[in-house]
Design a protein around this ligand. Structure first.
Ligand SMILES: Cc1cc2nc3c(=O)[nH]c(=O)nc-3n(C[C@H](O)[C@H](O)[C@H](O)COP(=O)(O)O)c2cc1C
Length: 490
């Protein structure tokens, strides 16, 4: 490993020096006295559709985290319920979606994804009720009240990354993208969704949102991130018809879906998790296995993806992201959960890690730079659209230093909520420990081995195999160690 991972810095001063070396403007609250109140424990008031307010009890959000472990009919398994129980126990007062819920079977990212099952024999409401009930009961048992807990369901169609029948991809794409076609071996026979297909998907999103509202979820997330369908549509510059080309067309499906949900369930809050900027797809370089934007110079100007500079698609252009977030605000979206890129074609950026997933590559620079990129992106957005509440992503790599960086960003009003992904699998009570002022349980801090990503890429259920006893004991843990070694080799 060429980069010192956060856990190896011996002193806070050593970490601060490195943090500032990478970004001279990088700040963190290593010395903040929190004995009279921790910014991360402060409640946040949010507007509700009826003109009222709701309180979120602290500044931690659990990001959506799939486990690839439901039954093929969409029934949660013991693993799924355990994960939702642990999300409830975490002490985080915002649960952003639990995990991606596919609105139709062909839009699942794996055969074992939770989904709206059209089979009349399926009890979709009972499935959602058991997940929500498990989470809220656990929260009440551990944290007393659920009055300041806000829970949503993330609605998705996996689009290009649909895999409803096993590890084989069954892409349903929004537009042809020559570089992703090369990366994933897609030919001209690939299924391009028609405008009619898109309208049907939107109807299923509305159906799923109504079900979520009826079961008791506080909000739904109309998911526009990570390369999945609604995210791909935002960047479908070359798609003809009603849903491609102009900004107005590319945002039509999102707009219509949000408007229809609002009209069907006026009291349901609506959020949006969005990859607010992106990067040209990365490839594993022969020889040193480091990720690089292969042949980018031969594809300029780049006519795909959302929020990238067409003349240098490894860099951001925030013109359209600003317009999109203003649209969200004007549609009454209560909060945007900002993420970046995709775990498929730029995992080093989407989830900064010391070890790559098995289909990834070695990080091109210190992963702390990618954490800083997430922070800077949120700051940029905050300055551009100051009246939209924001959740930030990509914090888990910070490990021991997460509270200090998060305190600084929240205290200086750069972000409202600190969203945690992988840390919630290895150490779900991290938010409760921080808010209560307890020492961190360093043995359970996520060390970003990426087994949670490698497992599903190889047909196994996801979880924290290195640190969570429940998964450590499974035979797959051994196989994953081998895969990790292979992926980290040049
Ligand atoms: C195993 C796994 C499953 C995930 N599932 C989802 C998901 O269902 N929906 C989503 O928006 N993001 C998903 N993510 C991304 C995380 O929510 C989060 O953005 C990412 O892990 C980076 O945050 P972190 O640094 O705190 O881990 C998943 C990540 C992992 C590792």
């Amino acid at each position: 490993m060429d980069h010192t991972p956060p856990g190896r810095f011996k002193t806070a001063e050593d970490f601060r020096t490195r943090w500032r070396e990478l970004d001279p403007d990088g700040e963190l609250d290593l010395d903040l006295d929190v004995s009279n109140g921790d910014p991360l424990a402060a409640p946040l008031a949010i507007a509700t559709p009826g003109g009222g307010t709701r309180t979120i009890g602290n500044r931690f959000a659990v990001h959506p985290m799939e486990g690839w472990d439901a039954g093929e009919d969409g029934t949660p398994s013991e693993h799924t319920l355990r994960r939702w129980r642990r999300f409830g126990e975490s002490g985080a007062k915002l649960v952003w979606g639990g995990e991606a819920y596919a609105v139709q079977p062909d839009g699942r990212a794996n055969p074992n994804q939770l989904h709206l099952n059209p089979d009349p024999a399926a009890d979709n409401a009972a499935n959602l009720r058991s997940l929500l009930g498990t989470l809220t009961t656990a929260h009440a048992e551990h944290h007393g009240t659920t009055d300041d807990l806000v829970v949503g369901l993330q609605l998705t169609h996996s689009g290009r990354f649909s895999r409803p029948h096993g590890t084989r991809m069954s892409p349903r794409i929004a537009e042809l993208n020559p570089v992703l076609a090369e990366k994933y071996g897609l030919d001209a026979s690939v299924h391009i969704l028609s405008d009619g297909d898109l309208r049907e998907i939107s109807e299923h999103m509305v159906q799923a949102a109504c079900l979520a509202a009826d079961v008791g979820f506080d909000f739904v997330d109309v998911k526009c991130c990570h390369g999945y369908l609604l995210h791909e549509l935002l960047g479908a510059h070359t798609r003809p018809g009603d849903y491609g080309g102009s900004f107005e067309n590319r945002t039509r499906l999102f707009r219509d879906t949000v408007t229809a949900i609002r009209s069907e369930r006026p009291d349901l809050m609506i959020g949006c998790r969005v990859s607010i900027t992106d990067t040209y797809p990365m490839f594993r370089r022969d020889g040193d296995a480091i990720g690089f934007p292969k042949d980018v110079e031969t594809h300029l100007p780049w006519r795909h993806q959302f929020g990238v500079n067409p003349l240098d698609p490894t860099d951001s252009d925030f013109t359209e992201p600003k317009a999109f977030l203003e649209l969200c605000r004007d549609l009454g979206v209560f909060m945007a959960n900002l993420t970046v890129g995709s775990p498929y074609y730029c995992p080093h950026l989407q989830r900064p890690a010391a070890y790559p997933p098995s289909d990834g590559y070695l990080p091109p620079r210190d992963p702390l730079c990618e954490v800083q990129r997430h922070l800077k992106i949120v700051r940029t957005v905050r300055a551009m659209v100051p009246d939209l509440p924001l959740v930030g992503s990509g914090w888990s790599y910070l490990q021991e230093w997460l509270p200090a960086v998060a305190r600084h960003e929240v205290r200086s009003n750069m972000v409202d909520m600190v969203g945690l992904g992988r840390s919630m699998l290895s150490y779900p009570t991290l938010p409760a420990d921080i808010v209560a002022g307890r020492d961190l349980d360093r043995k359970h801090l996520c060390r970003t081995f990426s087994d949670c990503t490698t497992a599903p890429r190889n047909g196994m259920i996801s979880g924290c195999y290195p640190l969570d006893e429940h998964y450590k004991a499974m035979p797959q843990a051994v196989e994953l160690k081998v895969l990790r070694k292979e992926a980290s080799k040049a």
